[in-house]
Design a protein around this ligand. Structure first.
Ligand code: GLN
Length: 544
């Protein structure tokens, strides 16, 4: 069948959960038997979000092919249980760079290069790459930002053109908007939505379905009003009510026939879920939600990082803990620890009630010493410990300083002149000066040592995990570490780079150079998180 396209725009305010609505729709359509991919358009001028502070747009998600992307791709992967690639995220930076490079190559020789048609053509070309691959029946395109932003205009124009070019029943426009509740009058207001729908109309785009983010259920009166003022059928007004857990959203949308309406509009067959081969995934999804809502155990895990004021900075880690915890009937409460504030005086009170300690990935010097204290505490008090990327590097520095007695041990990232660079800049990084897209990124192989804990966790010798780092464990210290009980148990076969460290005589002390959090989904919680969470629960160091 010919690929059909669904576009999702946002109105009134940002952060309404467009990513989750896109992922939910994608999941519902996938489980009806369609091959779906979701892509995200980001109207900022960075080529990718790799150089952004997480406080700007949340965590940077890394795809298997090594692309640094928007965190919404994490939602897509977790909901669809399907990996994305560099084609799934497009930024204005990327679009403009391509067009400007083309201009220099003489591709538009003789022409004035303009937003229309050159930028819009490039946007359309990129939107259609996945569709043209013939691997998908449906492409959902989420447009970042909010209708009315200056930056979004070329995208809205591209959507207008594409819908026209695709022809009847091949393109559909969904608008996610906010319906605020006015306390003074006690009513839900539709005016901001009317304005943003009208703004789209001024740009030639007629919305087909409105999804309303709301605190309270919406009445027929509201539906009728939106229908009348926005030119859409009343049953095309869908409510997206605030929920405690985002994984409830697909079902809540499905109850309003969201997926059926989309399929009907696109003249696609309304396959019954239960007749499709993915139907066991749906059953697993339902049982996940049931377990999530009725946990048998509760534990508290400390998450140490320096961007903790915005929890989205660690989105994939949070979700991985939820997936792994729920699978084992455990409700995990995260204790957020700001690494800059950890010191010798407060270390005991900070960690003495937690069942596990996780040191998060990160960059730069700030907060390093606090993280080293946290790793030391976990090692000495035998609290289950998981160090991810920078977290692993920290645990190595701590071990060198406090067990091997190398007082000056450090990571070159925070102390480039140290005499004991336990963590060193990778050889291949030494002549790299550009910051964007130049780290060791994406999938790399790792061979696990037989007999190690990690080997038994994965149940196999070779694994493939995603990476995002410039620094590495310095192999000059390999034997020294190994002999003292901190074993390099995972190695990249091509380069010999240490991918994982594991401490002997500890219930669970594992540091990984890679990012397991990018691969966890509801259907396939990550084995490393499962093991970490289970050990933390069983250890009952101190439960809630
Ligand atoms: N800053 C460290 C490095 O570049 C760790 C990166 C990370 O935690 N993702 O190697």
């Amino acid at each position: 069948m010919e690929t059909k396209y669904i576009f999702i725009t946002g109105g009134v305010i940002s952060s309404l959960g467009k990513g989750v609505v896109s992922a939910s729709l994608g999941m519902l359509l996938k489980y009806r038997g369609y091959r779906v991919s979701i892509l995200k358009l980001d109207p900022y001028l960075n080529i990718d979000p790799g150089t952004l502070n997480p406080y700007e747009h949340g965590e940077c998600f890394v795809t298997k092919d090594g692309s640094e992307t928007d965190m919404d791709l994490g939602h897509y992967e977790r909901f669809l249980n399907q990996e994305t690639t560099k084609e799934n995220n497009i930024t204005s930076g990327l679009i403009y760079k391509t067009v400007i490079d083309n201009e220099r190559k003489g591709i538009y020789l003789g022409k004035t290069v303009q937003v229309i048609p050159h930028i819009t053509d490039e946007i359309k070309r990129r939107i259609r790459i996945l569709g043209d691959s013939k691997n998908y029946d449906l492409i959902i395109t989420e447009i970042g930002g909010t209708v009315g932003d200056i930056e979004i205009l070329p995208y809205i124009e591209s959507v207008r053109q594409l819908k026209w070019e695709l022809g009847e029943f091949n393109g559909l426009i969904i608008h996610l908007t906010l319906l605020p509740y006015n306390n003074a009058t006690g009513e839900i207001k539709t005016k901001p939505t009317q304005h943003s729908v009208r703004n789209l109309m001024e740009n030639g785009v007629q919305v087909d379905i409105i999804v309303c983010r709301t605190k309270n259920n919406i009445s027929d009166k509201i539906r009728n009003k939106l229908s009348l003022f926005c030119n859409i059928k009343t049953n095309h007004v869908i409510e997206s009510i605030d929920t405690k857990i985002i994984y409830d959203i697909p079902y809540l949308l499905h109850l309003q026939k969201f997926d059926q309406i989309v399929l009907k509009y696109l003249r696609l067959k309304n396959f019954n879920f239960l007749k499709k081969k993915n139907c066991h995934h749906l059953i697993e999804w339902t049982s996940f939600l049931k377990k999530y809502k009725n946990p048998k155990f509760k534990i508290k895990i400390a998450l140490v990082g320096k961007y903790i004021l915005l929890h989205d900075s660690y989105k994939s880690i949070i979700e991985s803990l939820i997936h792994a915890g729920t699978k084992n009937n455990i409700n995990i409460k995260i204790k957020w620890i700001y690494s800059d504030l950890i010191n010798k005086e407060n270390i005991e009170s900070t960690f003495n009630h937690v069942s596990g300690i996780l040191i998060a990935p990160g960059f730069g010097k700030r907060g390093i010493e606090g993280k080293i204290l946290a790793a030391k505490y976990a090692r000495e008090k035998k609290i289950p410990f998981l160090g991810i990327c920078l977290g692993m590097q920290i645990s190595a520095v701590e071990f060198a300083r406090n067990v091997l007695g190398i007082k000056e041990a450090d990571t070159c990232e925070s102390n480039p002149n140290t005499n004991h660079p336990i963590i060193n800049l990778m050889e291949k990084q030494k002549n790299i000066f550009y910051k964007g897209g130049t780290m060791r990124l994406g999938n790399w192989r790792c061979i696990l040592l037989k007999g190690s804990k990690l080997f038994s966790i994965y149940g196999k010798k070779e694994i493939l995990e995603r990476h995002r780092h410039r620094y590495e464990f310095n192999n000059n210290y390999f034997n020294h570490f190994s002999k003292a009980g901190m074993k390099p148990v995972g190695l990249n076969p091509e380069t010999g780079l240490v991918e994982a460290l594991e401490l002997k005589n500890h219930i669970f002390f594992i540091g990984v150079q890679y990012h397991p959090e990018y691969k966890s989904t509801i259907i396939n919680p990550h084995p490393l998180f499962i093991s970490f969470v289970l050990t933390s629960k069983n250890k009952k160091y101190k439960s809630l």
